[in-house]
Design a protein around this ligand. Structure first.
Ligand SMILES: [Cu+2]
Length: 507
């Protein structure tokens, strides 16, 4: 609780915000104690240039080498800064808490493992096994896909610029394959272009790829057989720069977007499809994709890659404006960085989003195509079936707006082969247990799963004490308690209603 940043804003903050512990055990009482319209409500909105922003309640010593305000931009308060030509406009070059000499932040692709290596005579040797795998897109929804080493997408390869890598590929698929190292400037014989640069690896056979990595940036590996690509055969290959490139980030996340065409009663993708109904991030569909949890004030990078067969993704982050600092393969010069809140990522492209997480809360991070904001959109089944066949009848009765049940009870709609239980993603108690069984969800609103279906995930920006509670302790946290605490500190609690604990809305 010691701080080297004494300022009135912080005292005010502590006085009104209270500790998370108190808030978490008595969220409602805390809300009632708040006096909206007094200093607290304005706390999150005052001009950073005029008054120093409040610090989070527990400011550790390691933060002392960074400032809170850079040319009018605050790392703790939503703000733009003073001048679009400033290096610090919208946090452009505001550093993270991480010291440059500590090296790059480790890459983290939620819900995916990293591929281990062994160092042999100065070469990093990896073993990659293309094979048929099962992947649980949603709790209880096991899909038969193709991937590597038991995972779809495959495990992440994380290396450094200047490494020499050897990747031993043993094909366990029932057919030939090759592996392409997407974007690398390597000797042509190791490019993995199916039949063009090498003989395909037959089932059961092994091929060894070996090359020097002179570049850094966002790369990936994938089969170079198109049909196999649609079945999911891709994995991250992240190369950290040998020389630190500022500003240092505290978090380096990867979100890999894919689309699959898996029809009712099927667990296998239709690789020939022109329409896609299952959407995954790192191999999971929302709300099963694990939220990105960061600390208030951190500098965050999210590498977002689109490995969908034919569809682009306009990806939108709520509550923040980010800088696009690079695309697939390479980082952009700072003069070319672009501030956005929505970035279109086309097939086989990647974009790096960088921003200061200066706005606490749970923020949607999602593809904005409505088609991709729903799962399992099979024609004539699931969410497209409504009890009111006549739309006019519904529209002429806007006064009462008769409810539209998602549950179809008429037996004539029980089409053989159409698993009604899958429609709209059945949110059974077991399903919800799997969703809430992850610490990254703790303290979110009880209804949050309803809003995260499809190609969607969540960025959680938590003040340090709440981050500690959620990510580093096993203390029980009531649903909605962390969100309530953030409203109490940064919002207007008098204007906020908690979500119903019995969360199945419309039922
Ligand atoms: Cu999309």
């Amino acid at each position: 609780m010691t701080s080297h940043h004494p300022n009135p804003g912080r005292r005010e903050f502590l006085k009104h915000g209270g500790f998370a512990a108190a808030v978490l055990t008595a969220a409602t009482a805390a809300a009632q104690d708040e006096k909206p319209g007094t200093g607290h409500h304005q706390h999150g909105q005052h001009n950073a240039a005029q008054a120093p922003p409040a610090m989070p309640p527990t400011v550790e010593h390691r933060h002392d080498h960074v400032e809170a305000v850079y040319d009018g931009f605050s790392r703790y308060v939503p703000s733009r800064g003073n001048d679009p030509d400033s290096d610090y406009y919208i946090g452009k070059l505001v550093p993270g808490f991480r010291k440059a000499e500590d090296g790059p932040a480790p890459f983290e692709a939620p819900d995916l493992d990293k591929l281990p290596f062994t160092l042999k005579d100065g070469v990093k040797e990896f073993h990659l096994v293309p094979q048929s795998v099962q992947r649980e897109f949603l709790p209880g929804q096991m899909m038969n896909v193709w991937g590597f080493n038991g995972s779809m997408p495959g495990p992440t390869i994380e290396i450094n610029q200047g490494d020499r890598v050897r990747i031993v590929v043993t094909n366990e698929l029932p057919e030939e394959t090759t592996v392409h190292w997407h974007g690398f400037e390597l000797p042509v014989q190791y490019d993995g272009s199916h039949t063009m640069t090498q003989n395909p690896i037959k089932p059961g056979e092994t091929f060894v790829y070996e090359f020097d990595v002179h570049e850094h940036g966002t790369f990936w590996y994938h089969t170079h057989v198109a049909m196999q690509e649609t079945h999911g055969m891709v994995g991250w290959m992240i190369v950290h720069p040998a020389k630190p490139i500022g500003p240092p980030v505290d978090r380096d996340f990867g979100l890999l977007f894919q689309n699959f065409a898996i029809k009712p009663n099927q667990t296998i993708n239709n690789s020939w499809s022109m329409d896609w109904n299952w959407h995954t991030i790192n191999g999971r569909s929302g709300p099963y994709s694990t939220p990105l949890v960061v600390k208030h004030g951190e500098r965050v990078r999210v590498r977002l890659m689109n490995f969908s067969p034919i569809q682009h993704h306009p990806v939108h982050l709520h509550g923040h404006t980010f800088w696009v600092t690079g695309h697939e393969g390479a980082r952009m010069p700072k003069s070319a960085w672009v501030p956005r809140n929505t970035e279109l990522v086309a097939v086989a492209q990647a974009s790096n989003f960088e921003f200061i997480a200066n706005n606490p809360g749970d923020w949607m991070f999602h593809c904005h195509m409505t088609h991709h904001m729903m799962n399992h959109m099979v024609n004539h089944v699931g969410p497209t079936i409504r009890d009111f066949e006549d739309v006019d009848q519904y529209l002429t009765n806007l006064e009462s707006r008769p409810s539209v049940p998602l549950q179809r009870t008429d037996p004539k709609f029980d089409v053989p082969g159409y698993p009604q239980g899958m429609k709209h993603g059945s949110m059974s108690p077991e399903f919800m247990k799997a969703i809430w069984g992850r610490r990254e969800f703790m303290g979110m609103r009880s209804t949050v799963a309803m809003s995260l279906m499809g190609l969607m995930t969540c960025l959680r920006v938590l003040p340090e004490d709440l981050y500690h509670k959620v990510m580093e302790t096993d203390e029980p946290i009531e649903k909605g308690a962390v969100f309530q605490a953030i409203v109490n500190r940064f919002g207007n609690p008098a204007d906020y209603k908690q979500a119903p604990m019995n969360m199945m809305h419309g039922r």
